[in-house]
Design a binder for this molecule. Structure first.
Ligand code: SF4
Length: 358
C-alpha cells in the first residue's frame, strides 16, 4: 500500500501566521484580582473552563483550579460533552469551540476570541475540500479535528492525533482507501506507520512546520542524554529523529515515564506547563525553529492560541460574547463523524481515564 496521487490538483490558500498578540503585563495584584473575578463569573454563569495544552500557563492553571479541564482536543471534546455545566468556555482555537458546539448544541459555548483560528483549518476551505472528496468517491474520508464544522460534515470520520493511528489501522484492515485532510505531515506519518493507502490534502501547521532537522541534530549532540519528543504535525525529517512521536497527551506522559533527565520537545511550548507539573525535576528544551532556512514566524508558539488571555477570558464571561454558533444543519451532519470517533475511543478504551491516549 502507498500514498496515492490525487486525480485533481489541490491548491490551498497561503496562510500567514499573525504576529503574536501582546498582552499588557499584569502586576501580581492585578493577576490575582482577575483570576478571582473569573472564578466568580464561572460560578455565576454555571460555566466550566476547557483549556488546551498550548494556551497560556495561567489559563491552564485556572482550568485546573476551578474543576475544568486541561487536555488535548480528544479529551476536550469528551469532557465538554460529559460535563453538566450549561456554558463551556473553550480556551483554544475556533475549531475546538465548534466541536464543542457540534457535540452540545443545547449548551452555550463561549471563546475569548473567535479570531483564534488554525492554519490547518484555514488551509482546508469547505468547497475545494468537497470537490476533492467528489473526485475520490471510493475513499473513506478521514479528517483531523483541526477543521471547520463544514469540513467535518463532509467527512466519514473525524480523528485527533491521539486516536488517528488506531482508526486508520482499523479502516485499512477493512480494505478501505483513505482520503486524509488537512495535515500532510500527520497524514504522511500515519501512512508510513500503518501502510494504509492514503491520498493526502496538502495542508500544514505553521508552528510545527518550522522545526528544523539540522539544528535539531546539533542540539541532540549537545544534549546526548536528552530524549526527543515530537508531535506528528512536524515534518518527516524531524519525526525521524524522535524517541517518541505522538499526541500532546502522549508526549506529556513520556516526560513522566522516561528516565532521561532532559527532553527536547518539538511542539508548541505551551505544553511545558503540564510537562513541568508532571515531572518538576526534568529539564525541557525547545526543539529549534532557527537554523538554516529558518523563518521563525511562530517560534514554537501558536499565535492563535496566544489570543487567549486572562483579560479576554474575563470579558467574555462578563458579556456572554463571543459565542460560537454552528449552523444546525451542518452540526447535525458533522456530529456523525465526531461521534464515530468518540464511540471508537470508548469501544477500544483509547484515551479513557487510566488507559493512555496513544
Ligand atoms: S499549533 Fe498549529 S495545528 Fe495547533 S492550532 Fe496552532 S496552527 Fe493549528
Amino acid at each position: 500500500m502507498s500514498q496515492a496521487q490525487s486525480p485533481i490538483e489541490v491548491r490551498i490558500p497561503e496562510i500567514q501566521a499573525p504576529p503574536h498578540p501582546e498582552w499588557p503585563a499584569l502586576s501580581a495584584a492585578e493577576e490575582r484580582d482577575l483570576k478571582d473575578r473569573i472564578k466568580a463569573l464561572l460560578k455565576r454563569n454555571n460555566a466550566t473552563l476547557v483549556a488546551h495544552y498550548y494556551t497560556d500557563a495561567r489559563l491552564q492553571a485556572l482550568a485546573d483550579e476551578t474543576g475544568g479541564c486541561v487536555a488535548d482536543s480528544l479529551e476536550m471534546a469528551r469532557f465538554g460533552a460529559e460535563h453538566e455545566a450549561q456554558t463551556l468556555v473553550v480556551c483554544g482555537v475556533r475549531f475546538m469551540g465548534e466541536t464543542a458546539k457540534i457535540l452540545n448544541p443545547e449548551k452555550r459555548i463561549l471563546m475569548p476570541d473567535l479570531n483564534a483560528t488554525c492554519s490547518l483549518d484555514e488551509g482546508c476551505p469547505a468547497d475545494p475540500f468537497s470537490a476533492f472528496c467528489d473526485a475520490h468517491p471510493d475513499h473513506t474520508v478521514v479528517v483531523y479535528a483541526n477543521t471547520s464544522a463544514a469540513v467535518k460534515a463532509r467527512a466519514d470520520w473525524m480523528v485527533t492525533s491521539g486516536i488517528a493511528l488506531p482508526i486508520v489501522e482499523h479502516l485499512a484492515g477493512r480494505g478501505e482507501k483513505i482520503l486524509w485532510a488537512p495535515d500532510k505531515h500527520l497524514g504522511h506519518y500515519i501512512q508510513r506507520v500503518t501502510g494504509a493507502e492514503m491520498t493526502l490534502w496538502p495542508g500544514a501547521c505553521v508552528v510545527h512546520e518550522e522545526f528544523k532537522s539540522v539544528a535539531l541534530e546539533r542540539l541532540r549532540r549537545l544534549h546526548p542524554d536528552a530524549a526527543v519528543l515530537v508531535h506528528p504535525e512536524s515534518p518527516a525529517h524531524v519525526i525521524d529523529q524522535a524517541d517518541v512521536v505522538g499526541s500532546t497527551t502522549k508526549l506529556i506522559k513520556a516526560v513522566g515515564a522516561m528516565k532521561n533527565p532532559e527532553f527536547i520537545v518539538a511542539t508548541d511550548k505551551g505544553i511545558f506547563y503540564k510537562m513541568q507539573q508532571t515531572a518538576p525535576d526534568k529539564r525541557l528544551l525547545e526543539a529549534p525553529t532557527g537554523g538554516e532556512g529558518a523563518t521563525c514566524q511562530t517560534c514554537a508558539h501558536c499565535p492563535w492560541m496566544g489570543m487567549n488571555a486572562l483579560q479576554n477570558l474575563a470579558a467574555c464571561l462578563e458579556t456572554g460574547e463571543p459565542e460560537i454558533q454552528v449552523d444546525p444543519a451542518t452540526a447535525r451532519q458533522a456530529v456523525r463523524s465526531v461521534q464515530r470517533m468518540l464511540d471508537f475511543a470508548q469501544e477500544h478504551g483509547i484515551g479513557m481515564k487510566g488507559k493512555g491516549n496513544a
